[in-house]
Design a protein around this ligand. Structure first.
Ligand code: S3P
Length: 172
């Protein structure tokens, strides 16, 4: 059994919400990578994208994931784009049981459509199309990066998801 659990999945798939409950029920520490990045730079994620650009954000994301992967007994909630970087995949896979929250597009859309803190989704003329394209590009990466995946939709009960992840983790 690996020491940590890492949650991956598209924006709005519920990584932070599920991660907090999961960590509590397994008596593990919870780490949100976006939050750690914000705390380090003392700026919000949109401010970082706006002032320094996406590449700078990805560098920070890589270094924080590397740092946190060295820790034990933690549930790591990653940002939706963490898996576009091979180094992140390697660090997460080496340190953690990686769980993909495989959420359907309609549910994602409903959850993120009013979000103001996701720079990649701001200023889009057709948000659903934009999400669909990005999702298509990433889906395979989520699948091949994970040890376990669960389907999520608008009716999924968070405690059921947590139970499934717990059981899979314990028997891994
Ligand atoms: C991103 C997802 C965001 C955040 C950043 C980039 C992405 O995290 O890391 O805005 O590339 O999908 P959430 O998945 O928590 O929204």
């Amino acid at each position: 059994m690996k020491y940590n659990i890492a949650l991956i999945g598209f924006m709005g798939s519920g990584k932070t919400t599920v991660g907090k409950v999961l960590a509590k029920s397994l008596d593990m520490k919870f780490i949100d990578i976006d939050r750690a990045i914000s705390c380090k730079v003392k700026k919000t994620i949109p401010e970082i994208f706006e002032e320094f650009g996406e590449a700078y954000f990805r560098d920070l994301e890589r270094s924080i994931i590397e740092e946190e992967s060295a820790d034990n007994n933690i549930v790591i909630s990653t940002g939706g784009g963490a898996i576009i970087d091979n180094v992140n995949i390697k660090n997460l896979k080496n340190s953690s049981f990686v769980v993909f929250l495989d959420c359907d597009i309609e549910t994602i859309y409903e959850r993120v459509k009013r979000s103001k803190h996701r720079p990649l989704l701001l200023n889009s003329n057709n948000l659903l199309e934009h999400i669909t394209n990005l999702h298509e590009k990433r889906q395979l990466l989520y699948e091949i990066s994970s040890d376990f995946s669960i389907k999520i939709n608008s009716t999924t009960n968070i405690y059921d998801s947590v139970e499934k992840i717990k059981n899979a983790y314990i028997s891994s």
